[in-house]
Design a protein around this ligand. Structure first.
Ligand SMILES: NC(=O)c1ccc[n+]([C@@H]2O[C@H](COP(=O)([O-])OP(=O)(O)OC[C@H]3O[C@@H](n4cnc5c(N)ncnc54)[C@H](O)[C@@H]3O)[C@@H](O)[C@H]2O)c1
Ligand SMILES: N[C@@H](CCO)C(=O)O
Ligand code: NA
Length: 443
């Protein structure tokens, strides 16, 4: 080998997981090999991979790759330079990731659950060992939002961000609106297409979005990961009626993750949200994701693209892999810090309890059709100093006596709205539960 040619050896990769993302990654590395070589400056070769069941049919060709069922065999392989962790979960994945770090391997992962919950420990271990843990694929799949926040917006103080960050949930809400389809049926389709998590309650109950929000918020505000402080509400209680009424009033219902810096702390919340239909993000449909980030200098910026699926997610995995290859020759202290600010500069920001958060509301209730009911309702809100933005009364279908009232409030502290809900619960003119969905203008 001539002098200067040492680094032209292909980088050797160990791949954990041969499912949707792992299979997509092998395919992408094969299909775009030439382009990747031009960008990374070196070839990239998967030499060892693992999966639970080696006889399962795959979306990729594993010829020439050593295969194991035990991830530890891959992370202990002395020839492997970089590990791609694409098995998911928190138990085995955490153990093998820490073992890989101990072995001095760089890691690329798509595992948002692991980073959101154990990222502080994992990054500390990686920094101590001088290795990189890259996680672009973990948030909004193929959209380069980690790079955008951590590098593209590095000059800004981030004021807030809001995102549609679960493709499965957005697919369900979109199909409910456009196709009048059954919730379970749409979820089954998302699972078939490889979008849903191994446990799909993570998608519909907002846990997956909370993982991703926790990661983005840490980078946006330069603070350690605080997944357990994210208020999390899913989409299972959103009805087709709410979707339709919201549209009639000029809003769309989206499942948003919101992180906002306020004068007294940081809001971290995931919940269904009405947003004005004129907002670009209100028109992000199907499995697509989008994140709006407001920086104090740049203003609002929008990132849009596919948040799930084999190829889009592999796009982020391989982009990280190329970054790692480029960084191999640079000193650890010159690398982009894991959370965008240097570990010693991470600030322990206070996170607001949900009852301190301020937002507007959409309320829907069924009331007895008799004089004075609307007056009682508005008096209740006036007593709690909650201003009403709009009230709409729907005529009952023929033969029915209950009237549907939709009420939009102005911005109010959650604590006041909880009191209002208690008072509405005691009014005998209201039948059944009052539906409450938060409303944001995103300005
Ligand atoms: N599917 C997507 O669109 C998508 C998008 C972004 C991020 N992710 C994340 O990527 C990761 C992988 O997701 P996926 O959809 O590819 O999952 P998958 O279920 O399709 O594939 C998982 C693979 O890991 C292997 N595996 C799991 N546990 C193992 C163990 N203990 N030992 C050996 N092999 C094991 C399985 O055999 C399988 O090959 C998850 O963290 C997921 O959250 C997925
Ligand atoms: N289950 C996730 C995969 C991407 O993280 C989603 O539907 O968005
Ligand atoms: Na991403």
């Amino acid at each position: 080998m001539k002098e200067g040619e040492e680094n032209m050896e292909p980088v050797k990769v160990g791949l954990l997981g041969l499912g949707t993302v792992g299979g997509g990654t092998i395919n992408l590395l094969q299909e775009n090999a030439e382009e990747i070589m031009r960008r990374a400056g070196r070839g990239i070769e998967v030499i060892h991979a693992c999966a639970r069941d080696l006889n399962k049919p795959r979306i990729c060709d594993t010829e020439g790759i050593s295969l194991s069922t035990d991830p530890n065999e891959v992370v202990d392989n002395p020839d492997v330079d970089v590990i791609l962790e694409l098995i998911g979960g928190e138990g085995m994945a955490r153990d093998v990731m820490l073992r890989a770090i101990e072995n001095g391997k760089h890691i690329v992962t798509a595992n948002k659950a692991l980073i959101a919950k154990h990222g502080n420990e994992i990054f500390a271990a990686a920094e101590a060992r001088g290795v990189i843990v890259a996680f672009e694929a973990a948030v909004a799949g193929g959209i380069p939002i980690i790079k955008g926040l951590r590098e593209g917006l590095a000059a800004n103080r981030i004021e807030w961000l809001a995102g549609i960050i679960n493709g499965t949930g957005n697919f369900i809400l979109t199909e409910m609106r456009d196709e009048d389809r059954d919730f379970a049926d749409v979820l089954a389709e998302a699972q078939r297409l490889g979008y849903a998590e191994a446990d799909p309650t993570f998608d519909v109950e907002g846990i997956d979005a909370a993982h991703k929000l926790a990661i983005m918020a840490s980078i946006a505000f330069g603070m350690p990961l605080k997944f357990d402080r994210v208020y999390t509400e899913g989409i299972t209680h959103v009805t087709r009626d709410d979707v339709t009424f919201a549209e009639e009033l000029g809003y769309r219902i989206k499942h948003l993750g919101i992180a906002r810096r306020t004068w007294n702390g940081i809001e971290l919340r995931v919940h269904p949200t009405l947003i004005p239909e004129r907002q670009l993000i209100a028109n992000v449909d199907g499995v697509m994701n989008a994140v709006v980030v407001k920086g104090n200098m740049v203003g609002p910026t929008l990132y849009y693209g596919a948040g799930a699926g084999a190829e889009p997610t592999a796009s982020a995995v391989v982009a990280d892999l190329i970054d790692v290859v480029r960084a191999l020759s640079c000193a650890p202290e010159s690398r982009v810090p894991h959370l965008g600010v240097h570990p010693h500069a991470l600030a322990d920001e206070s996170i607001l309890a949900m009852d301190e958060v301020e937002t507007a509301y959409y309320l829907r209730m069924q009331v007895v059709d008799r004089p004075g009911v609307l007056a009682d309702l508005t008096r209740t809100f006036a007593d709690l100093e909650i201003s009403i933005e709009a009230v709409v009364q729907k005529e009952p279908p023929p033969g029915e006596s209950l009237v549907t009232i939709i009420l939009l409030t102005r911005t109010v502290q959650e604590r006041q709205m909880v009191k209002a809900m208690e008072m509405l619960g005691k009014m005998d003119a209201i039948f059944g539960d009052v539906t409450r969905i938060r409303l944001e203008y995103l300005q």
